[in-house]
Design a protein around this ligand. Structure first.
Ligand code: AMP
Length: 249
């Protein structure tokens, strides 16, 4: 079974994100970038499928600037077999990415496409769902467990207040939630080996996809700064303040 994994390069999850002075977006110049954490989980799941003899080949795909090659190298160091960079310097929104991934799926014919449930930079949580709809494939989102059975996947999903288990027919699109697995760190020998693994480069034009943005970002603002707390001397003072100042009791 061939598995395609979509990986996005985003601002590192441990970096304090700063809004640009003109409010047009967030600062990405001179900021540490990494693979989106949910994409790492998706890659790890694909690698575990291969180690279990369920997957035969893992192809990692990233859409974006030339620098997304680094993210693909990380996926290759974790265990993906080869990479595809869909290179574009345009702003790529979820529908455009879903169309690009659909075109790659048509070239590669995987049985499963794994994505992160969400990119932590733009928080869209749309790409996997749009891709499944465009392909007309089954989808299982927010997966916390994936098991392959005859011609289908049994996927446990994290839903409000519990877990839901679905059977989805192959081919299918699956998006990874936080508790699906704990991604491995790539070892130094694997990082070295990854340098030799192939990465093909395609463009949206070659794939016949129009990536013109459909959404316009009006403004990006910082969240309001939290007010400093105060120390109270005793419970009576706390209760008085909760009643008269915070007005929560
Ligand atoms: P989103 O819908 O933007 O929250 O992203 C959900 C998932 O779609 C990510 O975790 C990735 O697996 C995939 N994805 C989003 N953007 C890209 C991209 N530029 N290149 C490759 N995959 C992406």
């Amino acid at each position: 079974m061939k598995v395609l994994v979509a990986v996005k390069r985003v601002i590192d999850a441990y970096v304090k994100v700063r809004v640009k002075a003109d409010g047009s977006g967030v600062e990405t110049q001179n900021v540490k970038m990494s693979m989106n954490p949910f994409c790492e989980i998706a890659v790890e799941e694909a690698v575990r499928m291969k180690e279990a003899g369920v997957a035969t080949e893992i192809v990692a795909v990233s859409c974006g600037a030339q620098s997304s090659q680094e993210t693909l190298r990380t996926a290759l160091a974790m265990g993906a077999d080869r990479g595809i960079l869909v290179q574009s310097d345009e702003v790529l929104q979820p529908l455009a990415i879903a169309k690009l991934l659909k075109a790659v799926v048509e070239k590669e014919s995987p049985e499963v496409v794994l994505l992160g449930k969400q990119a932590v930079d733009s928080d869209f949580n749309q790409t996997g769902q749009m891709l499944a709809a465009l392909l007309g494939w089954s989808q299982a989102t927010f997966a916390s467990k994936v098991i392959k059975e005859d011609g289908m996947l049994r996927v446990t999903r994290e839903i409000d207040g519990g877990l839901e288990t679905l059977e989805v027919k192959l081919p299918a699109v699956v998006t990874a939630d936080l508790r699906l697995n704990e991604p491995r760190y790539a070892s130094l020998p694997n990082i070295m080996k990854a340098k030799k693994k192939p990465i093909d480069t395609l463009t949206p034009d070659e794939l016949g996809v129009d990536v013109t943005p459909r959404l316009k970002v009006i403004k990006v603002t910082e969240p309001p700064a939290r007010q400093a707390g105060v120390k109270v001397a005793n419970v009576a003072e706390l209760v008085t303040k909760l009643k008269s100042e915070a007005k929560v009791i």
